[in-house]
Write a protein that binds this ligand. Structure first.
Ligand SMILES: O=C(O)CCC(=O)C(=O)O
Ligand SMILES: [Fe+2]
Length: 390
């Protein structure tokens, strides 16, 4: 598209702006945004950029992204029948079990994590600390303040040893097979309330982990996590559509899967999780987090990935998340050696990481820039709204 410049004395892209406003007046936000998007990409003009950012915010009617998942199927009744469990995973692309992980273990890990969060002033300290009431603005993966917390959490023995919990391992052997073992890469999610732009978007784990597509994630809430608190949702049956194209997203991983109409037709399923519950899903299943809409408390959860021996993995899965702290440092001060370097005794096939599977399209950087601007505007709007209330 050629972006015409206007008459003298006018903004150089006055014609574009007029055309945009006439689309807006006619209620056609999609056309207005498309026109502006192209114009901003071509010109980088500040005024056009600002209009685009505000229009994109306006066009998101409140709750437009809100989804209402159907209930997940609770598979506990299948627990003594491996064939039935595996058939269900093959059919639905996920398994949900109630009450698998010992609650005391989860509480202990939550206790240790919330202690760190309170010390760093992310959450309220004191008698209510375990509630994880947020008192700071959202901290995002990659920021220095994020790492001040995460570099401590990644060292917790209670985090890494949870992946080897006897009940969890029993379940993973039932689902995957006798040689199932967890990757040493363990992920902790520290999700602030009221920051929907940062909610984990719909994605497949495969591009982030690669190796075997049979890789199976275990998502475990650290305490009760209802849908209102931003729990995990799964696109039922979405594992049957292969590896999907990627687009930028501000949420965890910075990548969302581009969903076809066929996949969009699959149902979202979810649950109000209780402490001890678990969801398993293979690497091609589309999943996302719901927005944390409780406006107060952080959503804390962990996710581990399991595979069988003899299957493929990439070197990244043998490293601590974010690769900032060495295993040697992580293990300092641990009480037990049992789960240190345990993967060295496993027979897996190490395959190289393929950057092409993780690459964003060319527009990715531009989209990143726009989402960042949009997020900052939304943050200030929220702060202003809060200030008005008090
Ligand atoms: O908990 C989240 O927000 C994301 C979880 C996820 O993507 C996973 O477990 O693979
Ligand atoms: Fe994921």
């Amino acid at each position: 598209m050629e972006v015409e410049s206007g008459a003298e004395g006018q903004h150089p892209h006055q014609k574009v702006l007029e055309q945009v406003e006439s689309f807006v007046a006619a209620g056609d936000y999609e056309a207005a945004i498309e026109l502006l998007y192209k114009a901003v990409r071509e010109t980088g003009d500040d005024k056009l950029t600002q209009r685009l950012v505000f229009l994109r915010i306006e066009a998101e009617s409140p709750g437009s992204e809100m989804i209402a998942p159907e209930p997940m199927y609770e598979a506990n009744e299948l627990l003594n029948d491996a064939a039935a469990v595996r058939a269900r995973l093959e059919a639905d692309g996920y398994l949900f079990f109630r009450n698998i992980i010992p609650v005391e273990r989860l509480l202990e890990l939550r206790n240790q994590i919330t202690t760190i969060l309170a010390e760093q002033r992310w959450i309220e300290d004191g008698a209510q600390r375990m509630r994880a009431k947020a008192i700071s603005r959202p901290r995002r993966e990659g920021q220095p303040k994020f790492f001040r917390v995460h570099d401590r959490i990644i060292k917790l023995e209670a985090l890494h040893s949870l992946a080897h919990d006897a009940q969890l391992m029993k379940l993973m052997r039932l689902v995957l097979g006798e040689t199932a073992f967890p990757h040493p890469l363990c992920i902790t999610r520290l999700i602030f309330p009221d920051s929907s732009e940062l909610s984990t978007p719909p994605h497949q784990d495969y591009p982030n982990n690669q190796g075997t597509p049979n890789l199976t994630a275990a998502w475990i809430p650290l305490g009760d996590v209802s849908m209102e608190d931003g729990s995990l949702a799964i696109k039922e049956g979405s594992h049957k559509f292969g590896v999907l194209p990627l687009d930028f997203h501000l949420g965890a991983g910075n990548r969302q899967a581009v969903l076809s109409d066929e996949i969009n037709a699959c149902r979202w399923v979810g649950a109000d999780f209780k402490s001890g519950d678990i969801v398993l899903f293979p690497a091609l299943t589309i999943h996302r987090a719901l927005d944390n809409r409780n406006l107060e408390t952080m959503r804390l959860s962990v996710d581990f990935r399991f595979q069988l021996e003899e299957e493929a993995l990439t070197p990244l899965c043998l490293q601590p998340h974010f690769e900032r702290v060495s295993w040697e440092d992580i293990y300092k001060g641990w009480k037990s050696k049992e789960h240190q370097y345990y993967w060295k005794n496993k027979d897996y096939v190490e395959v190289p990481w393929n950057p092409a599977l993780h690459a964003l399209p060319e527009e990715g950087m531009f989209e990143a820039y726009l989402q960042e601007l949009q997020y900052n505007v939304k943050l200030s709007q929220r702060q202003a709204a809060r200030a008005e209330k008090t």
